[in-house]
Design a protein around this ligand. Sequence first.
Ligand code: FMN
Length: 346
Amino acid sequence: MSGSVFGRLFRVVTFGESHGPATGCVIDGCPAGLPLRKDDICRDLLRRRPGAGGVSTTRQESDEPEILSGVFEGKTLGTPICIIIRNQNQKSDDYDTLRDVYRPGHADWTWEAKYGLRDHRGGGRASGRETAGRVAAGAVAKVFLASLGVSVRAWVSAPEGLAQDAAGAAAGAAAGAVALAERLRAEGDSIGGAITCRVEGLPAGLGEPVFDKAGALLGQAILSIGACKGIEFGEGFAAQALRGSAHNDAILAPPPAGKDAFATNHAGGMLGGITTGQALEFRAAFKPTASIAAPQSTCDRQGRPRTLSVGGRHDVCIVPRAVPVVEAMAALVFADLALRQRAASL
Ligand SMILES: Cc1cc2nc3c(=O)[nH]c(=O)nc-3n(C[C@H](O)[C@H](O)[C@H](O)COP(=O)(O)O)c2cc1C
């Protein structure tokens, strides 16, 4: 299957199905000599794991990463880094009813249209489980970026009951989130939400000016996350209603002045697809979880109408678990662009 590779110089392949033996990633192009500990990867995998915030699936897995190659005595070797995360808590029988039936809102119908067959157990590779490999690779990219003074941080910014502040703490009462989740579970329904991500410490000049603009690469990276339906930078869609005089950021100093070169940051940290040196901020919108217990109309492979109530374990809101995935994808984009910049200019 094509399309499982991301990046030009900091290049990542992810692999694995939800109910196969393991998922993971191979990173090719990570510079040698970077201090890398297993804990750097565990931390983000734990944040992606089911169980976050009382709104997620009860599939419990330790998500312990195993580094198979590319790291020796705590440092990257410059060789491919292979990380696997074994799948441990699959309950494939829960998915037997989905062998012949297509879930509304999920990828079952389109995968079958494309390949003529699919791994129905847990959604195969269209499962949220697929993001574990991204998070592992993103954790390595974050370590590389940290060595350049760049940090990547995301948080839930909607819906209200689940929203966090920029430090990742719950903005409202945690009890509110639990009550919301319980109500949704009782109704057999789900909700979506939004994630805000901020990348700080970026130098001015990252991003390639035509097809590989920083925003274009972020768009591909973030929209490739299952259930992500939109991304906006800076003022985003609201910019269409602003005047130029309100949207333009006044310039205070010539390059390479860095983050203090502009009076404001309506642009979101990029101009012409190239970073300005200010904080780069974007928001991503996620749709409600497709797999719901409430009855829905669908059909089976023979075309017979069916009413489906999706069993198994699903997040009533996937947004809290997608936070480290958003960070990982943003980190992969900037790790790659930072390496590409070394070849861009003398
Ligand atoms: C971290 C994460 C967890 C997810 N968990 C579920 C889930 O439990 N149930 C579900 O129906 N979809 C889940 N999804 C979303 C599906 O993967 C996604 O909706 C599906 O692949 C169809 O793709 P599309 O919604 O982008 O069209 C999850 C996504 C992410 C990023």
